[in-house]
Every structure is written in C-alpha cells, then in structure tokens.
Write a protein that binds this ligand. Structure first.
Ligand SMILES: Cc1ncc(COP(=O)(O)O)c(C=O)c1O
Length: 378
C-alpha cells in the first residue's frame, strides 16, 4: 500500500469537498444560476486580489493569461522591459518576442531578486517602454521579486506593470490597488488547490487605456470582448463551469479564513520547512525565499533529480526538481494547495530518508524535530 501525496509547485492537492462540488451535474454557462455564481466568484476574486478592478476568468492554464496581458496591452514594435530571473521570466520574453515586441531583458542571476534601481535606470533611458513584466514569485527559483517597490516606481508613469502572481496569489499579500499593479495574473492549480485549467487576471484603468490602443492580434484572449461579456454577467466563450464552481468553494473558504490567516498558514508552513531543511545541514537556494515553495540546494555529490525520483517512485510523494540550468542542483517542496503542517513533516522525513538512501550522511529526525519545534511554537 502506498499513499500518494502531491507537494509539487503545481498542480497542487485539492480538498475532497472541492472535488465533490465540481462533480455535481453540469450547469449551463448561460443560465441565470451560473451567472449568479460567476458574479460572486468575480467579487470574491476582487477580495483576494485586493482590487476594485475587474477580474477576468479564462479557460486556460496560467500562461494563457500571460499571453492575454501581452496581446491586449501592446502593439507590434512596442518596447517592454522583462525581469528575467528564471524559467517564467524567460516566458515573458518569449511571449513578447513571439508577437514582435522589442524586449529589454534585465537578466537577474537565478536565485536572486531584481534590483529596483536597475528597472528605474532602464525606464529613464527608455521612456517609451510600454510595460514592465515581472513575476511576483519566480517558481523556478523560489524567489520573491519586490513587486510593491516596482509598483511605486511605475505609479506616476504611463508604463504599465504586469505581474505574474500565478504562484503568489492566495499565498502571501499581493495588494493590487494599493501597490498600483496594472495586470495581475493567477492560475487555478497553485494556491487555490484546484485542477489546472483556469487563469485569472485583473486589469487596471491604466491598462485599459493601453488596451484600447493596442493592435497585437488576438481572438480568444481578447479582454475587450471579455469586458463586454462581464457587463452581462457572463464570459465571452463557454465558461469552464465546473472549475469555476470549484473556485467559488475555495474562495468562500479563503474568505472565512480571512487574508491574515490565509497568509499566516503559508508563512508557517514555509518557515517550519526552512527550519527543517536548515537543521539537516542543507541550504535554501533562494536569496529572498517565498512562502509558496521551499527550494533546497542538493548537497554536494547528490543529484537533486534522484531525490525527486526516489520520493515519487519509492515513497509516493511528488515534489519537483530544478528546471533548465538548475536541473539536478535543487529540489522544490510546495506549501500551496490542500496541505497542512503534517504534510510538511512527511516531506521533511522523506527528504531525510531519500538522502540517507542516496549515501548522504543524515542524522535521522533532525529536520523533522526542527519543524515540529517551529510548529509547536506557532
Ligand atoms: C510563476 C509562474 N508563471 C507561469 C507559470 C505557467 O503557468 P501554467 O503552467 O499554468 O501555464 C507557472 C507555472 O508553474 C508559474 O509558476
């Protein structure tokens, strides 16, 4: 018998109540009953995003909303700044280049956060830049970028700030309006603990102004069309009804917890896990670590991919390895989705067992003890 755990940075574990809710008979997407649900979900998304802007729901993975941000804001030949400090920063560059947007990349060493003064300098040198693209949390490295400071930098400029918060929204505090974030993107399979398939994004007035002039080609991802549909309490195309119903459940639960408890939950899981990992004598990879995932440097002589493989194949626990240049060098444990403190203890115990089996010296229980002590104190 093997129990299976999913502790990857996405998709994440879903709560059984949410899965059951999504298993109810299909509702028609143009029915008044569904419109009511959709409107409530959008209101609750505004609560979560801390915004008065409209929040749109697309039937796509998170990358769809990233693409929607690029094609709705920009025109061919426009210039954008991209913070490129990992796999998902690279995605902004690839998306922009696909559509003929000129990109000025800020190459941030993987594992580090962007220096806001570098963005400020580039903006001064290139006043025609239409948008700055960044990750709130770069999931490939576990780093949090200083989104609030970037918001302050851009607040009084015409340049829009587009934030990929796919693995940040619902994990820690992202204050869309107070920080002046023009587009904020999110996805269902991370903190929401839902299956993959929904992307959500908020759009500010400043972003709409740019969208009204933008000429990049778009069809499904046309936010102006979505805005018209929203006024009629529907979506432009067939809504992903079951996922949206599941999202409604998750958002109600989040609201019951309240922002502070929701963020504290992730912070406690992350801090306990970091305490456990450090107590094992391992190092945290990210210089500015997030509450979303813990990224661990594989110790010398150990291939991080082997740790991931052993956890998955022998222990039934799915975590994630490194991507691209970090392949084999790190492994990543998620704190998102339907997880609690006991799951983190399981993950730490499994890492101890895997490292021992791979020949790394391990003092059994040291990591687990540090995490337990942290949990007991919080
Ligand atoms: C920060 C970030 N951006 C973008 C993506 C891509 O999202 P999706 O795979 O849902 O298209 C991910 C998913 O891992 C992510 O973590």
């Amino acid at each position: 018998m093997q129990k299976r755990y999913i502790m990857a940075p996405g998709p994440t574990a879903a709560a059984p109540e949410v899965l059951l809710k999504m298993a109810e008979p299909i509702m028609h997407h143009r029915s008044p009953q569904f419109s009511e649900i959709l409107t409530k979900v959008r209101e609750n998304l505004k609560w979560l995003f801390k915004t008065e802007n409209d929040v749109f729901i697309l039937a796509s993975s998170g990358t769809g909303a990233m693409e929607a941000s690029v094609v709705n804001l920009l025109s061919q030949g426009d210039t954008a700044i991209v913070v490129r400090g990992g796999k998902f920063g690279e995605r902004w560059t690839e998306l922009c280049e696909t559509y003929g947007v000129n990109v000025i990349n800020i190459d941030v060493p993987w594992g580090e956060a962007v220096d806001v003064s570098d963005v400020a300098k580039l903006l001064d040198e290139n006043p025609d830049v239409k948008a700055v693209f960044v990750q709130a949390h770069e999931t490939s490295t576990g780093v949090k970028h200083p989104v609030e400071e970037l918001g302050s930098l851009l607040k009084d400029r015409e340049t829009c700030l587009v934030v990929d918060a796919i693995s940040a929204m619902g994990v820690y505090d992202i204050q869309t309006d107070a920080w002046g974030l023009d587009i904020v993107v999110s996805g269902s399979q991370k903190a929401f603990g839902l299956p993959p398939g929904l992307a959500m994004l908020s759009v500010s007035e400043k972003a709409w102004k740019l969208a009204e002039k933008a000429t990049l080609p778009r069809y499904y991802f046309n936010l102006l069309k979505e805005r018209k549909a929203l006024a009629k309490q529907t979506t432009a195309f067939t809504s992903a009804v079951s996922l949206i119903i599941g999202l409604g459940e998750v958002l109600e639960d989040m609201k019951k917890m309240g922002h502070d408890n929701l963020f504290a939950h992730h912070r406690i899981l992350a801090e306990a896990t970091r305490a456990g990992i450090t107590a094992m004598g391992l190092e945290i990879f990210a210089k500015v670590p997030s509450e979303s995932i813990t990224v661990v440097k594989a110790p010398d002589g150990i291939d991080g991919q082997e740790v991931v493989k052993m956890l998955r194949e022998e222990f039934g626990i799915t975590i994630a390895g490194g991507q691209a240049q970090l392949k084999g060098k790190i492994f990543r444990i998620s704190h998102m989705g339907h997880l609690d403190q006991w799951d983190m203890i399981v993950a730490l115990a499994a890492v101890e067992r895997a490292l021992n089996k791979l020949g790394h010296p391990v003092d059994f229980g040291k990591g687990v003890a540090a995490a337990e002590a942290y949990f007991a104190a919080h």
